[in-house]
Design a protein around this ligand. Structure first.
Ligand code: UD1
Length: 419
């Protein structure tokens, strides 16, 4: 199994090009099922989750051409002849549940394996189911499968009791082909929802309000072939900026979307970083200083993203002072804490709050990645730990970061992958 070995030390310097967003490309790939012709997607990151989604689409019968070097995927959904998303694929990637809405809207039937528990929390799919039922779907959950049927979905009023990114995406996709108008209230406002909506609009959908908490979708009879380029990954961007901040370095993230990172940039400035924006480039300069600890409360967009929580915790581990981190989205998203403590971090957990007291230095040790963003936090800590940190189980990392060790090496990090 692959491992990553990081040796602490150098302040990172240079430029890093940001890839397309994992959390945008996955729903967009699923949305291609809604079209009556091929959909070409550009700026596709090379990630394990993308390969899993392609497998899922091929399993449904879609024709997929993946041009890895050109970062392009073209999906032709015309040959789809199955509506079953099997356990073997859904189990490895929860986002597979995003084929539910498109399959149901386009083919009138969908069978999607329940994603089951996940390391970072229970993560049920009740909100997805309730929202699709509001559009007239008949849904049962039996033998570990969500079975959904509908002759044709009809517009409805969906009011989410809890904000959910995935459930908003599922019902948004389904509503594009429903008869009549759908109102989605308390919708998630993440930039990836806006990107999905833009792709759907390019396919002929009639959507207003994506990026706000009320989305209005007027159903159309059919969607057509289209092209769309995926938005930049704000979490990858944030991770590289924290890498610069934690090492006291200066890094410019190019091809980024600064406007999607407001809360993260605010916290980095509070930590003492100079952050400047020029077009699609963000430069973070720490001038060799030690960061100051910051307090963080995760919340839905535009709040501080839960997907950046572990990385900011790594920063707090070596910062001056004490910072609290409140995780309000997932109930079990502190699994990186024990691993960070193996590196010498001083962290105390009390329910959903972690209190981190910065230490002068961490010391390298073997650690284990437990989920995607936790893995990133361990690499970040390894960049400033004395000696070598070996991170095991990095398959989590390959699900969501494109060539992270190559990109970090180019910035001067001493990092390598061992097979
Ligand atoms: C997406 C992101 C993930 C991010 C998360 C929160 C993708 C592929 N993944 O996940 O990286 O961490 O948003 O920003 O985009 N919930 C329910 N019932 C449901 C659905 C969700 O109770 O039916 C709960 C979840 O357990 C969680 C909260 O709602 O506590 C938010 O989850 P949600 O926004 O749905 O996350 P995902 O879409 O799975």
């Amino acid at each position: 199994m692959d491992k990553i070995v990081v040796a602490g030390g150098p302040a990172l310097q240079g430029e890093v090009r940001i890839s397309g967003a994992k959390n945008a490309v996955l729903p967009i790939l699923c949305a291609t099922l809604l079209a009556d012709g091929p959909v070409e997607i550009g700026n596709v990151p090379h990630l394990h989750d993308v390969l899993t989604t392609i497998k899922l689409l091929e399993g449904l019968g879609a024709g997929v051409v993946h041009d890895v070097d050109g970062a392009r995927v073209t999906v032709d959904p015309c040959s789809v002849d199955s509506h079953v998303a099997p356990y073997e694929l859904v189990r490895t990637m929860r986002a597979s549940v995003l084929v539910l809405g498109p399959l149901l809207a386009k083919f009138g039937a969908a069978e999607v394996s329940l994603p089951g528990g996940c390391a970072i929390g229970a993560r049920p799919v009740d909100l997805h189911i309730k929202a699709l039922e509001a559009l007239g779907a008949e849904i049962t959950v039996e033998h570990g499968f969500i079975r959904a049927r509908a002759d044709r979905l009809r517009g409805g009023h969906v009011v989410f009791e809890t904000i959910s990114v995935g459930a908003t995406e599922n019902v948004l996709m389904a509503a594009t082909l429903a008869e009549g108008t759908t109102l989605i209230d308390n919708a998630a406002r993440e930039p990836e929802i806006v990107d999905l909506a833009e792709c759907l609009i390019a396919m002929g959908a009639d959507i207003r309000g994506a990026g706000t908490s009320r989305i209005e979708v007027r159903g159309v009879a059919a969607l057509h072939a289209a092209r769309h380029a995926v938005v930049a990954d704000r979490i990858e961007t944030g991770t590289f900026l924290v890498a610069a901040a934690i090492t006291g370095g200066r890094v410019t993230a190019t091809a980024a979307r600064p406007e999607t990172l407001g809360a993260v940039l605010d916290k980095l400035r509070q930590a003492g970083a100079d952050v400047t924006i020029e077009g699609d480039a963000i430069t973070l300069d720490m001038h060799g200083r030690r960061p100051r600890a910051v307090d963080i409360v995760t919340s839905p967009h535009p709040g501080f993203p839960t997907d950046m929580q572990a990385q900011m915790m790594a920063l707090n581990c070596v910062a001056e002072g004490m910072g609290t981190i409140d995780e309000t989205i997932f109930e079990n998203r502190f699994m990186h804490v024990n691993e960070l403590m193996r590196l010498g971090a001083d962290i105390h957990i009390d329910g959903p709050r972690a209190t981190v007291k910065g230490v002068a230095r961490l010391s390298g040790a073997p650690v284990m990645a437990t989920d995607l963003r936790a893995s990133a936090s361990l690499i970040l800590a390894g960049l400033v730990a004395e000696g070598e940190t070996t991170i095991d189980r990095i398959y989590h990392l390959d699900r969501g970061y494109e060539h992270i060790e190559r990109k970090l090496s180019a910035l001067g990090a001493r990092i390598r992958r061992e097979r």
